[in-house]
Structures are given as structure tokens and as C-alpha cells.
Design a protein around this ligand. Structure first.
Ligand code: GCB
Length: 611
């Protein structure tokens, strides 16, 4: 399906059912189970590179900006904009791949959607966005609701008593200008897709509602489940909440405290989630006014020396890195079907693990991965040279980390939270990341913390891993492009890796570029043969690293990046994919698949039998 067909298909689906595809959560946990009105579909837009809809000629905030959606009332009135009769864009979706003139656009676009409320306008309501890149200001019927920064996580606003039965309008000022002090910063290797890239909903809630909850094995045990439920609304104190897990014969009644929080710990021995057995239990959480159903799995993940242990057993992470780019060349992933295509390719490759680079992907992707038995690395876009000394930069990183953990904390498939990718060894960065790591641990003690480093030092053929950040993380990711950014592929076989930490190492990136269908010798860069050789030689190198706990080579599919200017080959694509944007598998795909299909364990002894 081309992009237009997909969009028309989705639009028809959304407007007919008024339920968005996939599901989103966030601080309001389990959006999928809530009563809601979907606001996906066509939105009217105004392209506003000079932000004339926001600021006067003397750069003061306008009182009558585009958010008022004013209309000329007579022939004399001067209103220099009109959403009606202008351009339109589909939501969810990036603007870059929907209109040719927006392909490289970075700046402000105003979005407007009018709608009648479905059902009762009384009662509690939230306006919920699953993701808008990068900054936005949100208005309902001309009233400012709030703003949000960070392109990949959900946020919502209380709009109780603010809806009319008819003729409501939402206006968003969306700005994807790259920010020096932002997360990410101005310099990164992916397309800066702008817009309301994920679904939008109005959520109808009871007066007292279940805002959030968490269930997990108690750290260090396989026989105890703990959790909590948090109520919000009119009547949160001393309320009964039921937790039912019929398959485990759990029917637990708990009471909320003065803050609406009810916690529990109980004995139970669930079957554990793993790639071979991705078991999820149906869980029902019920308060006086609401009943939510979720599917939750239980697992343990720890490290022991150089090993990663899943449910107490050493596991080798057979992974692949993935950008959230839709297969078949259509921009950002917007449907669960597109995510399913990517994850099915990962399974075909022999993976039990995926690295979702370099920002939190759609929630439906994480849920699907969990269902398909794929362990997940999830990361925030602290990438390269963010402003490590700026307090607001740190705050943005911390907010994104917190929102990511909040959204996905109930997903058994998630094993690793990553706080950074390829950051420089300077004291300010160590301080910045140390604080983030502390925050992540405070929020979640049941998963491992990682970061992808490219700071290994080479002395002849010896490569030493001694970045001081290694001390603070549980699993060390190493990005290494031997045979691509340095050395000839065959030379990689001679490299000897030394780990100064007694911790597991994942080769979180390695690889090289090839244009699908371009052939030559294994010495000809950009050919499938060259890329396959990079993989052959690097995999030979990896087999000799006995502290290696996994790999997630770069990358499953070619992805758009404006850094890639070699027109006849790259044409705005980073070509390190094992699969092209049109779904063609390159030779290296099969080299890695062969390695994964024959890889039995991480022990050196087994490596010799691998091929
Ligand atoms: C890296 C980055 C990744 C790039 C990749 C490349 O080390 O982590 O974001 O896309 O290299 O292709 O250069």
C-alpha cells in the first residue's frame, strides 16, 4: 500500500469506528480500555514559518493569534488567515511525507480540527495526545490548555466542563525546529519528522477514575507479586479497589489511602514471560466506578558478572536496532500493521531482542513486541552533544525518561531503559547522566539501565572499554563500526576487546551501508557484498568476545536522514539497513540470520560450532 492508500484506509477506519488504532497510555494508564472519542483524521493546517500566528511585528505574544480561529464578520474585517479552504494533513502522521513542499520543513505549523462531542458533555474528560514532535501549544475553543516538549511521548490535559455539544475546535501550534538545548539537540542522524505524529483522543472518565497502576514481581523473587493502583477525581480516599487475575486465582481487595493510592503484595507463582513463552495474564482492575482490563506478563531480569539473566537463566540478546520509520517509504510508523511488518522481519532474522532507537516508539510497537516474544531496549533521545550544562536541557531529558517509564512500566517485554547514545567523555555529561540513571532507578528497580557508548579506546588491535559511565549502568552498550568508519572489514577479525568492568557488554551498533540491488566485490563500498563482508568479519570478531551478552546491529531497515547526501546511493537514506525501505532484503540480512539461527549460548565453547 502506498502512503495515500494507507492514510485513506486509516481515515475511513478511524472515522467509522471512532476508535483510534493501537492504543496509548501514559500517565493515564491503559488508554486502550477507556471510553474515548478519536480525533484522528484530516486536520486543517496553516504553515507559519515566521510564527505570525503567535507573535506581533515587535515579537510580542498576540492576544488574537491563530488559536482563536477568528472569521471575518463583514467585508471590512481584516483577518489575515483562515483554516477553512486551506491545506489539510492526516493525523496521525508526519507532515514531511504528506506534502511535497513540507519535505524539509522545520518550523511552525498550526493544526485545527472542529468536532462535535460524542455523547454527554458533562463528566470528566481529558484531551490526550500520544505524541507530537517537538514542541506544541494546545488550545481548546480558543482557551490555552498547556504546552508540551519532547516528540515521542504522550501527554494530556483535563478538559472537564470545557466541551460544548457542538462546534468545538482544537488548535495546536506545533514546532519541530531543532533546539540547541533540546532533547535531542540540533545534530542527529534521522529525519526530523514534524507534526501530530501519533493519535489524539478525548477520554471520557468517571468522576473518580483509575489513573495509573503497576504490577510486577517483587525484585529478587519469582513467587511474589506487588503493585499499586492510583485513583484520581472526586472521591479517592478509602475506596475499595479489586485486583483480579483469574488464571492465578488472585482476587485481592485493597483500600486507597488519603492520596488515592492502594498498594499490595501477594504470594503467587506465575508462569514467567520469555521470548520462548511470551505469557501474558489477563488482569482486571476495578474501582467503584470503573473496570479496566490489561494483559501483563511477569519476568525477572538481572546481571551477574558479564551475563544478563532472564528469569535466572543466562540469555544472549540476539537483537537488531530499529528506527520508527514505516516500511515501504512512507515516513513515521502510524499503524500497528506497519510496526508488525518491522517486528516480523526482526523475528525472521532470528531475533529475541530489539533496540528501539533513538527515542520511545509508539506504544503499540512495544505491546506487539512483548506479544511476539521480543525483549525491548527503550531509549530517550539524549544523543551525541546535548547541552550537558543546561538545567532546562536536563529537565527535558528527565521528563522524557519519566514519561517513558510511566507509559511502559507494565510491559514485561521491556528489559532495558537506555539513558543515552554516543555521548562524550566529559565531566558535565557524567553528572547529567548519573542524575538520569538515579532517577530511572528510583522509578523502576526491576529493569536494567544501559547506554550506548562509542568511547572505547584503541591501542593497536586492543580495544579497551573504560568509559567512566560504565560504572553507573548495568549493561554497557558499545557502538562500533569496524570496517565502515575505520579499518578494512577483514582487519576487524584481529581486534581484541578488553572490558575493564565486570559487567555485560552488548554490541549495540555495528554495520555498514549498502544500496539494495547494488552488487560488486566485497571490496566495493555500498554493494551488498561489502556490507555482507562487514557483517562476516564483525561476527567473527564478536565470537571471540567472551563477555559479550548480546548484539543489536545497525539497523533493520534503511531510514531517512538529511545527513546522507550521496545522491545516487543514499538519496536521503542511511543505507545501513539489512532491508531497504521497499522491503528488499540485502545479503547481510542472511549473514546475521545465519549467526542468530546457529547461536546456542553466549559461551565461547559454543561459538566454534556456530557456522
Ligand atoms: C551511530 C549512531 C546512529 C547512526 C549510525 C550511523 O553511531 O548511533 O544513530 O545512524 O551511527 O549510521 O552512522
Amino acid at each position: 500500500m502506498d502512503r495515500k492508500t494507507i492514510l485513506i484506509f486509516c481515515y475511513t477506519l478511524f472515522t467509522a469506528a471512532s476508535v483510534c488504532p493501537g492504543f496509548g497510555q501514559g500517565l493515564l494508564q491503559n488508554l486502550g480500555a477507556r471510553d474515548k472519542q478519536c480525533l484522528d483524521g484530516l486536520w486543517q493546517i496553516i504553515i507559519d514559518p515566521l510564527e505570525y500566528g503567535m507573535y506581533t511585528h515587535s515579537y510580542k505574544l498576540k492576544k488574537n493569534g491563530y488559536f482563536l480561529n477568528e472569521k471575518a464578520e463583514n467585508s471590512f474585517d481584516r483577518i489575515e488567515y483562515d483554516f477553512d479552504g486551506g491545506y489539510q494533513l492526516y493525523v496521525p502522521g508526519d507532515w514531511n511525507t504528506q506534502m511535497e513542499k513540507l519535505y524539509y520543513y522545520e518550523g511552525t505549523i498550526w493544526y485545527k480540527r472542529s468536532f462535535d462531542a460524542l455523547g454527554d458533555t458533562n463528566g470528566r474528560k481529558r484531551l490526550y495526545f500520544e505524541g507530537v514532535n517537538y514542541q506544541c501549544r494546545v488550545y481548546l475553543n480558543g482557551e490555552f490548555l498547556g504546552d508540551h516538549e519532547g516528540g515521542f511521548l504522550p501527554f494530556s490535559f483535563d478538559i472537564t466542563n470545557k466541551l460544548k455539544a457542538q462546534d468545538n475546535f482544537i488548535v495546536l501550534k506545533v514546532d519541530n525546529t531543532r533546539q540547541k538545548d533540546g532533547i535531542p539537540t540540533i545534530n542527529f542522524d534521522w529525519w526530523n519528522y514534524g507534526g501530530i505524529t501519533r493519535s489524539v483522543h478525548i477520554v471520557n472518565l468517571p468522576d473518580t477514575y483509575i489513573n495509573d497502576y503497576y504490577l510486577s514481581l517483587v525484585k529478587g523473587t519469582k513467587k511474589k507479586i506487588e503493585g499499586w493502583v492510583k485513583l484520581e477525581g472526586d472521591n479517592v480516599v478509602a475506596q475499595d479497589v479489586m485486583i483480579n487475575v483469574p488464571e492465578l486465582n488472585i482476587h485481592e481487595k485493597i483500600k486507597t489511602d488519603k492520596n488515592g493510592l492502594a498498594s499490595f503484595t501477594l504470594s503467587s507463582e506465575p508462569e514467567l514471560w520469555s521470548p520462548d513463552h511470551p505469557k501474558l495474564y489477563e488482569i482486571e482492575i476495578a474501582s467503584a466506578e470503573e473496570k479496566l482490563t490489561d494483559h501483563i506478563g511477569f519476568k525477572t531480569i538481572e546481571v551477574r558478572d558479564n551475563d544478563i539473566l532472564l528469569n535466572g537463566q543466562t540469555v544472549f540478546l540476539k537483537g537488531i536496532s530499529i528506527h520508527e520509520e514505516a516500511p515501504f517509504g512512507v515516513g513515521r510508523v502510524i499503524t500497528a500493521e506497519q510496526a508488525a511488518t518491522l517486528l516480523t522481519w526482526a523475528k525472521e532474522l532470528g531475533c529475541n531482542f530489539i533496540r528501539l532507537a533513538h527515542y520511545p516508539h509508539n506504544e503499540f510497537t512495544v505491546k506487539l513486541a512483548e506479544k511476539m516474544g521480543l525483549m525491548v531496549w527503550s531509549e530517550i533521545p539524549v544523543y551525541w552533544t546535548v547541552n550537558y550544562t543546561n538545567e532546562s536541557t536536563y529537565k527535558s531529558a528527565e521528563n522524557q525518561l519519566i514519561q517513558m517509564i510511566d507509559r511502559d512500566k507494565n510491559r514485561a517485554g521491556v528489559i532495558l531503559w537506555s539513558v543515552a547514545n554516543e555521548t562524550p567523555v566529559i565531566p558535565e555529561r557524567l553528572e547529567f547522566l548519573r542524575k538520569l540513571i538515579q532517577k530511572a532507578r528510583a522509578k523502576d528497580q526491576t529493569r536494567l539501565i544501559t547506554a550506548a557508548l562509542n568511547t572505547q579506546r584503541g591501542e593497536d588491535n586492543n580495544i579497551i572499554i573504560d568509559d567512566p559511565l560504565g560504572e553507573y549502568i548495568d549493561v554497557i552498550g558499545i557502538n562500533s563500526y569496524c570496517g565502515w568508519y575505520g579499518k578494512r572489514p577483514a582487519e576487524c577479525r584481529d581486534l581484541v576487546w578488553k572490558n575493564t568492568f565486570n559487567k555485560p557488554i552488548i554490541m549495540s551498533e555495528m554495520g555498514g551501508g549498502a544500496l539494495a540491488g547494488m552488487h560488486g566485490t566485497k571490496d566495493d563500498r555500498w554493494t551488498e557484498e561489502y556490507q555482507a563482508e562487514v557483517y562476516e568479519c564483525n561476527l567473527d570478531m564478536l565470537k571471540k568476545i567472551d563477555f559479550l551478552a548480546g548484539t543489536s546491529p545497525w539497523i533493520l531497515m534503511d531510514f531517512r536522514s538529511p545527513r546522507r547526501n550521496l545522491l545516487r546511493i543514499q538519496n536521503d537514506y542511511n543505507r545501513k539497513g539489512l532491508i531497504s525501505e521497499n522491503g528488499e532484503k540485502k545479503k547481510a540480512f542472511f549473514v546475521l540470520k545465519d549467526f542468530y539461527d546457529h547461536h546456542q549460548s553466549k559461551n565461547k565453547a559454543n561459538h566454534s560450532q556456530e557456522r
